[in-house]
Write a protein that binds this ligand. Structure first.
Ligand code: ARG
Length: 698
């Protein structure tokens, strides 16, 4: 059951006779901010009135007149200029709640128009250790995968591993020049990681040395421009004031700001570049190596190209290294509880690239330009390079081949790429080209996300300036969660109750859950500051708070010795009797008014919404489907975290006002127990869809 869709369906019918394109207005049905305006508000009378040139209140009256409402709603109210306030009938809500209790899917119906959707996510570059940057793609992708699937879509997850790129050239080079054989014997992946970082550092050093001069020149020019503009700014301001032209003042200020930002950006780039140089030059050994390997970047490209062209030695090394790297990566997935339907990395497409390029050339889509092969997309200044002068293929070439393969094998309706927003230029161009050359009919979406920052508001790094490894991040989250669980348990009035091994298991779920949730709760496009303290806080919109809320609700059943499954079963049988009554009514020739049936239902309902907080909780529980739909609409898992947080808060208010185990009579107690149970199940399911497990105690 998706409440908002029920309303939309009803209103669509009502609007059809009044306006063309009725469906375009339906998004104006929204939950009310204030319960005094009902549960939902329909705000389309104003735009419709405007479009038709009629008073909106009259439009609102017409709409309500056409609306079939009386079985689910109280009499709709028209307020102010034409808002339609909607409040659900309690008996209808109660019935929906009983149905949800009786349903494994908690009342959420599957979509009636399932799509085939491929989600390309995680996709780390295999030769380097997974780092903090990989967490976002992995957890956002997985949450979207789980949610889309639960809603009834055919979803395939594909881990498009970077298992064929320059990073392999880098470790081959490192292996041949800097290997510590003992270390490699003991922990090969750790050693490969070290080699990768060392080669990266020396390559970056040489690149930085080359770039610094030009950056300093650019800064000088940018500073001069800024100074000059600053001088003329006063007179521009005066003229603008005299001419009363806000527009030109605004323009001048904007330009001033742009020039300032330009200088700031160059300064920070120079700082970064200088750091790369100093890190090497301040270390005598490293400096010596850097000097010895001055042509390292060329050599790395050569190693990579040898791999691509079938050089036996490099292919052999690749075959040896890849499974080892994968073992490490899979260990992370295992800890996060994530698996993939497909793992078709870049290497899978390698054999297809030259054919694809040839074919595109033959079709006249791709053109040779200065020895390289390019595709020019309409409306784009830069072409897409698909083969370099030296014959090498590029990231974009593989992505084109991937789209072609996906189209041929799965004919998807949508392909989602859950990738760092910094790759937006690549995806913009890729999508434009793919559409232009009719490679796929699928909707292509770059599900972008921002950067994880450290306390200094810069990309999160270790103290030594390295990117933070994902494994160490998971370890630390679990360690801190263990301390929290232990402290809570030790502080119990009647003494600790949780064994060390149990504490460890709980800490695992809480630590990993905290990491996942804190990421998903962000607006995915924003950068956010990483903080263990915040993510593990017992209060606020955190996994820990949600897991605690779940455990707290569940503890009611053990405290009260309640067989909640029994009670749930009663909902199932009441569901069947209810539908029996309904079909009997439908069959019988004498019409029962809906009013009467509702009275009959009222007396038998297992759930009663009496207190305002009780009703608010019930309504919130029924919005689970709406929340999932909101996630899907714009691929935003934070719509679900926001919902779960709201639900937990409604539950707290309910629990404060409404005694459960000590309720006045049995039927109230049972009704409230069922609300508690549905709350726990909704939180549990919601967290699970986000990739987070619950615990029974903490
Ligand atoms: N391996 C890439 C990286 O780490 C991400 C790949 C994303 N997927 C794709 N089809 N391009 O940056």
């Amino acid at each position: 059951m998706n409440i908002i869709n029920i309303l939309k369906d009803r209103f669509e019918v009502a609007l059809k006779t009044i306006v063309p394109e009725a469906s375009s207005y339906l998004n104006l049905i929204r939950p009310s901010m204030d319960p005094k305006f009902g549960d939902y508000q329909a705000n389309f009378a104003m735009p419709i009135g405007k479009a038709l040139g009629q008073p909106p209140r009259e439009i609102a009256q017409k709409i309500v007149h056409n609306l079939h409402w009386d079985d689910i709603l109280e009499q709709p109210e028209i307020a102010g200029p034409g808002f339609i306030n909607l409040k659900f009938r309690n008996d209808w809500l109660e019935k929906q709640l009983v149905l949800a209790c009786a349903d494994d899917r908690l009342g959420v119906v599957k979509t009636d128009s399932p799509k085939t959707i491929i989600i390309d996510f995680s996709s780390p570059n295999a030769a380097k250790p997974m780092h903090v940057g990989h967490i976002r793609s992995t957890v956002i992708g997985n949450a979207l995968y789980q949610i889309l699937r639960f809603c009834g879509h055919n979803v395939l997850s594909d881990n498009h591993l970077g298992d064929w790129g320059t990073q392999f050239g880098m470790i081959f080079y490192g292996y041949r020049h800097f290997l510590d054989s003992d270390a490699f014997e003991k922990e090969p992946v750790v050693e490969l990681g070290r080699l990768y970082r060392l080669v990266r550092q020396i390559m970056d050093y040489h690149a930085a040395k080359k770039e610094l001069g030009s950056l300093l020149n650019q800064l000088e020019i940018a500073q001069k421009q800024l100074e000059q503009f600053k001088k003329s700014l006063d007179s521009i301001r005066q003229t603008a004031e005299a001419e009363k032209s806000k527009e030109s003042l605004k323009k001048a200020n904007k330009e001033f700001q742009r020039l300032q930002e330009n200088v700031a950006a160059l300064n920070s780039k120079i700082e970064e570049t200088t750091q790369k140089i100093e890190q090497v030059e301040n270390n005598a050994d490293l400096f010596q190596q850097a000097q010895k390997h001055s042509d390292i970047s060329q050599a790395v490209l050569l190693e990579t190209s040898k791999l691509h062209h079938g050089d036996a030695a490099n292919r052999q090394l690749w075959k040896e290294f890849l499974p080892r790297c994968m073992k490490e990566i899979n260990a992370v997935y295992h800890r996060l509880g994530i698996s993939f339907d497909l793992t078709l990395g870049e290497s899978f497409y390698h054999d297809r690239l030259s054919n694809l390029v040839d074919q595109l050339k033959k079709e006249g889509v791709a053109k040779e330009s200065e020895g390289a092969v390019c595709i020019f997309a309409d409306g784009y200044d830069v072409p897409m390079l698909i083969q370099k002068k030296d014959g090498a293929f590029l990231y974009a070439t593989t992505d084109l081949a991937t789209i072609e393969y996906r189209q041929q094998n799965y004919c998807p309706d949508e392909i989602l790429y859950v990738v760092d927003f910094r790759q937006f230029l690549h995806f913009d161009l890729l999508f434009a080209v793919a559409k232009q050359i009719s490679l796929t009919s699928a909707k292509l979406v770059h599900v972008k996300f921002g950067t994880i920052l450290g306390n200094d508001n810069r990309p999160f790094k270790t103290r030594s300036g390295d990117t933070v490894g994902l494994e160490s991040l998971l370890d630390e989250a679990e360690r801190r969660a263990f301390d929290i669980v232990s402290a809570n348990d030790d502080a119990k009035k009647d003494g600790a109750t949780i064994s060390t091994s149990e504490r460890r298991e709980i800490a695992r779920k809480i630590g990993i859950g905290a990491l996942i949730y804190s990421d998903l709760a962000q607006n995915r496009e924003s950068d956010y500051v990483f903080s263990y303290d915040k993510m593990l806080a017992m209060n606020g919109n955190t996994a820990t708070y949600m897991q605690y809320a779940y455990a707290r609700v569940r503890s009611i059943f053990s405290r009260g010795n309640i067989e909640i499954e029994e009670l749930r079963k009663r909902c199932c049988s009441s569901k069947t009797t209810d539908s029996e009554i309904q079909s009997q009514n439908e069959e019988s020739s004498e019409k029962t008014s809906s009013q009467e049936t509702n009275v009959a239902r009222k007396t038998t309902s297992l759930i009663k919404l009496i207190e305002p907080t009780e009703r608010a909780l019930g309504l919130e529980l029924l919005k689970f489907g709406d929340a999932l739909e909101a996630v899907i609409q714009d691929y935003r898992p934070n719509q679900l975290t926001t919902y779960l947080f709201e639900l937990a808060n409604r539950y707290s208010s309910f629990f404060e006002k409404c005694p459960v185990l000590k309720a006045g009579d049995d039927s109230t107690k049972n009704s409230r127990l069922l609300l508690c149970d549905l709350t726990a199940r909704t939180i549990q399911k919601g967290l699970l869809l986000l990739g987070i497990q619950t615990v029974e105690k903490m």
